[in-house]
Design a protein around this ligand. Structure first.
Ligand code: NG1
Length: 417
């Protein structure tokens, strides 16, 4: 990694004519299990990976402008601090203005030159957007002599991501900041907690691209937000049945442990719109559709029963998967990955034919289990594989989609050097 950092420093100096004072190294993440649970306050079990973003920065005292160039994208971003609605010339500029906005009040008047490099692919479900937000915030803070502490970094990175329009849950930012090598990170949200889960010998991980991009703009963002709203509707209606008063906005995590919930889920309407729910008095419209930077069609009917079924069953699979890893029961762990994929496909509706075929091919080639990872709608699939089978699984994955497919290792979280 030292070589990579040196290269970024050099590229920075060539571009800006002076050296960076800091490089933040923000890894991508692969979620082992616990998909679409985080925004319901239910647990997740991700790892950080050795694919990373390097965010090199130097402060500028002459003007309060943050300039960000990227080796992956052409048009640099330029954000004047304190000015709302910075011009967006490329989708990734939203994340930059989101991150700069989160630095308001910190080192006012200071600007920065920034270069982003690295080998973390964008729009794939490997968390490049959160890595960018975390990396930018960490780099700006350090460059301005006001390094953010890790908890603050996580919270602000979540807000920066939401400013781009997707009502993100918080898994990615926690994984990127707190992950450790050789471990998965179990993250709970209600109440907030984290614990490391040592990965047993005998398990390796392969990720494979489905060949379909899943950019968090446009359709994928709307599909994501629809599920966030659907989860809130389900929580509000279930709480209404049980007679509970949930926080605002309502989250399934607050009622997941209640005995009768599983039975009541089957009684939820198949599809219902936020407006219809508000008429039942289960929750106010505003509670259900409040999104940081996007709109939701209040009349849109959302498949709440199936969404709730996935989310609640997935939370149980996270517990079971953690136990399987701790016990070294890799066959059980693999089966849970398969069950997660099936639930995401059949109930949650975020898989694609390409992801289904890819998982099938990797299982047939000897994977213990395989599932889509991240938000879905395209992007990457993950396989848990006996180490001696890694190459045998990568080859058919590439044959199925054209790749790329590669092994990933549980790696350290954010470093600032
Ligand atoms: P990715 O795959 O990075 O888009 C998204 C959310 C997570 C989580 C997963 C689904 C963002 C930045 N991240 O991940 O919080 O909800 O989907 O489990 O929106």
């Amino acid at each position: 990694m030292t070589d990579a950092i040196e290269q970024v420093r050099q590229a920075f100096s060539e571009r800006y004519g002076h050296a960076p004072t800091v490089v933040a190294v923000a890894p991508g993440r692969v979620n082992l299990i616990g998909e679409h649970t985080d925004y319901s306050g239910l647990p997740v079990l991700p790892i950080a990976i050795e694919r990373r973003l390097f965010v090199a920065a130097a402060p500028r005292e002459d003007e309060a402008v943050v300039r960000v160039a990227s080796e992956q994208f052409e048009t640099p971003a330029e954000v004047v601090r304190g000015v709302a609605n910075a011009p967006v010339h490329a989708p990734w500029h939203r994340y930059v203005s989101g991150a700069v906005g989160q630095m308001e009040g910190i080192a006012p008047g200071m600007g920065a030159d920034i270069l982003v490099a690295g080998d973390l692919p964008a729009a794939s479900g490997l968390s490049s957007s959160a890595a960018l937000a975390v990396g930018l915030l960490a780099a700006m803070g350090a460059a301005w002599g006001e390094a953010l502490d890790r908890e603050v970094l996580v919270t602000r990175a979540i807000h920066a991501d939401r400013a781009s329009g997707a009502e993100t849950g918080g898994m990615d930012q926690a994984a990127i900041v707190y992950a450790e090598a050789g471990h998965a990170l179990r993250v709970d949200f209600e109440p907030p907690a984290r614990r490391l889960v040592a990965l047993p010998a005998g398990i390796a991980f392969v990720v494979a691209n489905s060949g379909v991009e899943a950019p968090k703009g446009g359709a994928a963002r709307d599909s994501y937000n629809e599920r966030v709203v659907g989860a809130r509707i389900a929580a509000a209606m279930l709480a209404d049945q049980i007679g509970l008063d949930l926080t605002n906005p309502p989250r399934l995590g607050e009622i997941a442990g209640v005995d009768v919930v599983d039975i009541l889920v089957d009684e939820l309407p198949e599809k219902i719109s936020p407006v219809e729910v508000s008429r039942t008095g289960a929750a106010g419209l505003e509670q259900l559709v409040q999104l940081t930077a996007a709109r939701f069609d209040h009349m849109r009917k959302v498949p709440v029963r199936k969404l709730a079924r996935h989310i609640l069953s997935e939370a149980v699979r996270v517990d079971d998967a953690e136990a399987a890893l701790r016990e070294g029961d890799l066959a059980a762990f693999g089966k849970l990955l398969n069950a997660s994929h099936e639930s995401l496909r059949a109930d949650f509706g975020c898989s694609t034919p390409e992801l289904d075929a890819l998982c099938k091919a990797m299982r047939a080639a000897g994977a213990l289990g395989a599932r889509l990872t991240g938000a879905g709608f395209g992007g990457y699939a993950l396989a848990a594989v006996p180490p001696e089978q890694v190459e045998a699984v990568i080859a058919p994955a590439i044959a199925a989609t054209g790749g790329p497919a590669f092994e990933v290792h549980a790696s350290p979280g954010l470093e600032v050097v």
